[in-house]
Design a binder for this molecule. Structure first.
Ligand SMILES: [Zn+2]
Length: 259
C-alpha cells in the first residue's frame, strides 16, 4: 500500500491553554512554537489574535517557521455584522497567520439554544465567514463544533454546516468531538458517511478525551479517511484534555502506512 500524507495540527497554544493552571506567556509561546516547528508539525494554532494582548502580540510577529503554518483561531461571524464588518474576522485577517481556523456550530440544538438564531442564519454565518477569509488569501479551515453529537441528532443539518464551508473552498473541514463522548465505532461509522460527501483529504479530526478515547477516536478517524489530526502535546486541554499528539505521532510514524 502506498504511503499517504497526514497533516498534524497542534493546538497546544490554543486548546491546550485552556488547561487549568496553564497560563502561557509570550516567551512560553515562542519557545513552544519553535519546538513544534522543529518537530515538523504542519500547523501551529497559536491562539486567538485580538482576544488578549499575549495572542495579539504573538500574531504580530514573523516567526519564520520552516515547517509549520501559523494558524489563527476564531469564530464564525456574528449575525449582526456582515463578514466584512466583523471586527473579530478583521483581526484574524490582519494577523501574520497563513491560515485561519474558525469554529462554528454544527448541531441544530446548539444553534437554537446557545446562539438563538435560525438554522439558515447559522449556515449563512458559516458560508459568509468562509468566503471572506478565503478572499483574503489565507488558507481556511472550519472547526465543526459538537459535530458528532450534532450528526447523531440531525445528520442532514450537520452535513449542511460542513458543506456551507466546504463549498466556499475551505481547505479543511474539521470534525470535532467537543464533549469527548463519542466512541471509536461511532467515529468510524460517521466519518465513513461523511467521506461520501467531502473527500477525506479535506477532513480533520479534533477529539477531546473525556472518555479517554481521544487517541483511539483520532486513529479511527484516520482509518476511515481523514487526513488532518488535531491534538496537543501530552494531551493538554480543558477538562480531561485533547488527543495526545505524543501518542499519536509515534503510533502513526512507526506503523509506516503514513508519513
Ligand atoms: Zn477543542
Amino acid at each position: 500500500m502506498s504511503k499517504e500524507k497526514l497533516y498534524i495540527f497542534d493546538t497546544t497554544l490554543r486548546d491546550g491553554a485552556q488547561t487549568q493552571g496553564v497560563d502561557f506567556s509570550i516567551d512560553d509561546k515562542e519557545k513552544i512554537s519553535d519546538s513544534l516547528d522543529v518537530l515538523g508539525v504542519d500547523y501551529i494554532e497559536g491562539g486567538w489574535p485580538g482576544a488578549n494582548p499575549t495572542d495579539t502580540e504573538f500574531f504580530n510577529k514573523d516567526h519564520g517557521f520552516k515547517n509549520a503554518k501559523l494558524t489563527a483561531f476564531g469564530m464564525t461571524k456574528k449575525l449582526e455584522h456582515s463578514a466584512e464588518n466583523d471586527p473579530m474576522l478583521a483581526s484574524l485577517i490582519n494577523s501574520k497567520s497563513s491560515s485561519v481556523c474558525l469554529f462554528g456550530k454544527s448541531w441544530d440544538f446548539q444553534v437554537d439554544v446557545a446562539l438563538g438564531i435560525t438554522n439558515e442564519q447559522n449556515l449563512e454565518n458559516i458560508s459568509e465567514s468562509a468566503k471572506h477569509i478565503i478572499s483574503s488569501g489565507k488558507e481556511f479551515m472550519f472547526d465543526a463544533e459538537h459535530f458528532f453529537d450534532g450528526y447523531k441528532s440531525n445528520p442532514d443539518y450537520a452535513l449542511k454546516c460542513l458543506k456551507s464551508a466546504y463549498d466556499q473552498g475551505a481547505r479543511w473541514i474539521v470534525l470535532c468531538d467537543t464533549n469527548g463522548g463519542t466512541l471509536p465505532h461511532e467515529v468510524t461509522k460517521i466519518v465513513s458517511e461523511i467521506t461520501k460527501h467531502i473527500p477525506g483529504e479535506n477532513l480533520g479530526i479534533h477529539a477531546h478525551n473525556d472518555t479517554e478515547n481521544a487517541v483511539a477516536n483520532s486513529l479511527a478517524a484516520v482509518q476511515a479517511g481523514v487526513r488532518q489530526i488535531q491534538g496537543t502535546i501530552n494531551g493538554l486541554g480543558e477538562r480531561c484534555g485533547n488527543a495526545n499528539l505524543m501518542s499519536l505521532i509515534p503510533s502513526l510514524f512507526l506503523k509506516k502506512r503514513f508519513y
